[in-house]
Write a protein that binds this ligand. Structure first.
Ligand code: ASP
Length: 325
């Protein structure tokens, strides 16, 4: 099981033992996702997610086993576990993606329970209040200016206050370039004992995004792609950069052409760099697992850690493949 960011350790601790015990890849990945979605200390996924610019939290998620086995939901309010809802879309409808009200009605009909506080925690509310003060004082953000950068790993360490003592093996770089904007999706790729590969990508999206904005995470081929014969890829970071080049699909295709997972991810980051004006607040990170189990992670900038669980245990490690040092 390979997942993104420090809170990937929350995911792997929930899903890794299931995988080791013989649970199927998708069941284990959904359980792993739910652990992060339900953790209020993670302010970019599920309960505790930062709201949009109207003050309401919305969540997006996708799941995928193969091109003919995938599902997603986007712009969903009030439901903490969008990955599980996305799986129902895959299993019980002829569609791939449901959005907004329709997705919420589907979730209710499938027996999911609406969260009493609409996922907005007091901590996320107070971050929103700080954002409102900053917004009033600052000029309107440009398309490239995005949001005030904040370091996701610092935010998470503070919010979880040692609940998950999973510090990376090396300190995460504190250079200005490593400061993260308010985003960070949990992406999970799982390969089970039978060799089945599954991917899950779940997020509350960019903090304080415009209401209605949907990023890469729930869109098949952008935030997540799995082709059982080749491998799987999932992405986190500035969704607009990832969506502009179909990041996860592109990396899968690079693997299909024979590149290693690390080469494929770095080629995607190179494509992003070539097609965009990259600013300090930009970050993109990707994880890949090939059908034979070889895996890699890579990021545009320092500050990204992956969490890997295999027969040697669970390790939270800074990604060794960083494009801009
Ligand atoms: N990619 C997500 C989005 O743009 C956010 C993230 O991964 O940080 O919504």
């Amino acid at each position: 099981m390979l997942s993104t960011w420090s809170f990937g350790a929350v995911a792997n601790r929930a899903g890794g033992p299931l995988l080791m015990a013989g649970t199927g890849a998708l069941d284990a990945a959904i359980a792993a996702a739910a652990a992060v979605e339900n953790d209020p200390a993670v302010d970019s996924v599920g309960i505790g997610g930062l709201p949009d610019s109207s003050g309401r939290v919305s969540v997006d998620a996708s799941v995928m086993l193969a091109p003919d086995r995938c599902g997603s939901v986007c712009a969903v309010r009030g439901y903490a576990n969008p990955a599980a809802i996305a799986r129902r879309v895959m299993d019980r409808t002829v569609h791939i993606m449901l959005a907004g009200d329709g997705a919420e009605q589907f979730a209710a009909a499938q027996g999911f329970t609406r969260h009493p506080t609409e996922l907005l925690t007091p901590q996320a509310q107070s971050e929103f209040n700080r954002y409102l003060v900053g917004r009033a004082a600052a000029p309107a953000p440009s398309r490239l200016g995005i949001l005030p950068p904040m370091n996701v790993e610092e935010r998470y360490a503070e919010a979880s206050s040692g609940k998950y003592p999973v510090a990376p093996a090396e300190p995460v770089s504190q250079t200005p370039a490593s400061k993260e904007p308010m985003h960070d999706t949990v992406c999970i790729l799982a390969r089970d004992r039978a060799g089945v590969l599954a991917g899950v990508c779940t997020t509350s999206g960019l903090g304080f995004k415009l209401a209605g904005r949907v990023g890469d995470s729930p869109i098949i081929g952008h935030g997540l792609y799995v082709d059982a014969e080749i491998g799987g890829v999932s992405a986190t970071g500035n969704g607009e950069l990832i969506m502009s080049i179909c990041g996860s699909f592109l990396a899968t295709e690079f693997m299909r052409q024979g590149r290693t997972p690390a080469e494929a991810l770095l080629a995607v980051l190179e494509r992003i760099r070539a097609k965009h004006t990259i600013v300090d607040a930009h970050q993109v990170a990707l994880i890949a697992v090939r059908a034979d189990g070889q895996w890699a992670s890579a990021s545009l900038r320092p500050g990204f850690s992956h969490c890997i669980t295999d027969d040697a245990g669970t390790r939270l490690e800074p990604s060794p493949n960083v494009m801009l040092r």
